[in-house]
Design a protein around this ligand. Structure first.
Ligand SMILES: [Zn+2]
Length: 336
């Protein structure tokens, strides 16, 4: 039974064969199948097309930089206002411990990073966790959200770069021995350009650490709403790429990345039905064409008053410089 279940995965996505409006941003192919239709806020209505060659599903046509940046800011504000201050503090602490856990896995492999760049750093606490383990490390962050960069600068003193990851910054060439992109590559409009930039920004032998959701399960929610009801789904967070594990590895190999450790996805969500079951509960929300302007213009002042007391957030008995053993153990226990 179990074996049968595994053999029937992944479920093939079906849809009309189409000529894409724009070539695939991973492999350049022009053919694909249309698997869904979405509204990105009230900013753009577009298709999700799965590439016939590399298997990546993407928005077609893709969001422009301006559309991305507006929607991201709206989402950032919406999410900040929706999440309680306490929950955000908890998230920050969790990211910090994850950073510690990650840094110790580097240490175990005899890597000691000196210059780190994170694309899309979020709260920056993951990086701070890394700095707990490697106190001398220099940290830079890159994001398209000025609000978020200011937060990173004032909370942690990181060097900041306001740009999309696709935009090449000559000053960053050969500067880093570790580049981090946690849950970022599913957001970028030009994956190929990002991988090329990462390659240029890294020194010889440098590391690229990324995580990204299982694209098949991620897109499933949109796929089944369209398949069953022919309705547009609502897309508020800009997942614009849905990767197929193999296509992604092939792409990285083409760009001369060498795999050090590569994990694919756990089956937990698959068992719950994501990526294979068709029912209403699993569908993405129906589009409401929510107004991005409302958040960007009317709500932004409310998040500017949000501050975090870093000392208070990290005030745990095990998070002291002289207790790295316990910090390591507890971070491992909670996040490995
Ligand atoms: Zn492709």
């Amino acid at each position: 039974m179990f074996e049968f279940f595994l053999k029937s995965l992944p479920v093939q996505l079906e849809g009309d064969v189409v000529t894409r409006q724009e070539p695939c941003r991973c492999c350049g192919a022009k053919g694909g199948i249309k698997i869904s239709r979405i509204d990105y806020w009230d900013i753009k209505e577009t298709d999700i097309v799965k590439c016939a060659s590399c298997g990546t599903a993407q928005l077609d046509p893709m969001l422009t930089d301006d559309e991305t940046s507006k929607g991201c800011l709206a989402y950032y504000i919406e999410e900040t206002l929706r999440t309680s201050h306490k929950a955000q503090e908890k998230n920050n602490l969790r990211s910090y411990r994850r950073g510690i856990h990650f840094a110790f896995t580097l240490k175990r492999k005899n890597y000691t990073p000196k210059d780190i760049l994170e694309l899309g750093p979020g709260s920056g606490y993951f990086l701070e966790g890394i700095r707990f383990v490697f106190p001398d490390v220099k940290i830079s962050v890159l994001d398209i959200n000025q609000e978020l960069l200011e937060f990173n600068k004032s909370q942690h003193g990181f060097e900041t770069h306001l740009a999309t990851p696709e935009h090449f910054i000559p000053a960053l060439e050969n500067k880093f021995d570790l580049i981090i992109a946690r849950d970022i590559i599913e957001h970028v409009t030009g994956v190929d350009a990002v991988f090329k930039n990462v390659n240029k920004y890294l020194r010889v032998g440098g590391l690229f650490h990324f995580i990204t959701p299982n694209g098949h399960e991620d897109v499933w929610r949109f796929y089944i709403r369209y398949k069953e009801k022919k309705e547009n789904s609502e897309l508020l967070i800009n997942h614009v790429n849905y990767f197929d594990g193999k296509g992604l590895v092939d792409h990285l190999t083409r760009e001369n990345f060498k795999e050090i450790s590569y994990y694919t996805y756990k089956l937990k969500t698959t068992f719950r039905g994501r990526g294979r079951k068709v029912n209403e509960k699993l569908m993405a929300p129906l589009s409401q064409k929510r107004s991005a302007d409302y958040y960007v213009n009317e709500k932004i002042s409310e998040i500017r008053s949000v501050t975090f007391d870093k000392k208070e957030t990290l005030n745990k008995w095990y998070l002291k410089p002289n207790r790295k053993f316990f910090a390591r153990l507890i971070s491992w226990y909670k996040h490995s």
